[in-house]
Write a new protein. Structure first.
Length: 128
């Protein structure tokens, strides 16, 4: 194995661990603000949703981004990732029909160093 492959693999593992840590912080923040976590890392054939949370009559499909700045986090939620999340959300609703009775939205939680998590409600509309 070339040393470049090993360092790339190490970087991927660190990024993966950082992502899991950011998701844990985001879930903690949501729970503290009255949300119930329904699913973490919800996987479908269309893709993965980091967190699915419910509060009163709202279900939020949450993408978590750990970046140094808010702008960098929002840039990382590309149109392709928005489509992936929206498609996965549609699968969630077909598997959990009661969710269709709730208001659904797509939020982004930004995890930055030395800052509280920032939730951006309705970060995108989920329509193609």
């Amino acid at each position: 194995m070339a040393s470049g492959d090993a360092s790339g693999s190490k970087r991927r593992r660190k990024a993966h661990a950082r992502g899991h840590s950011a998701e844990s912080w985001a879930a903690w923040y949501l729970r503290l603000t009255g949300w119930r976590i329904l699913k973490r890392r919800y996987k479908t054939r269309a893709g993965e949703i980091d967190l699915i949370a419910k509060k009163r009559k709202t279900v939020a499909f949450v993408e978590v981004k750990a970046r140094k700045t808010r702008a960098a986090a929002l840039e990382a939620v590309t149109p392709a990732s928005q489509r992936r999340i929206a498609n996965a959300a549609r699968i969630f609703v077909t598997e959990h029909p009661k969710a269709g009775f709730f208001t659904m939205r797509f939020d982004v939680i930004v995890i930055r160093p030395w800052a509280l998590p920032e939730r951006i409600e309705n970060a995108f509309d989920g329509r193609d």
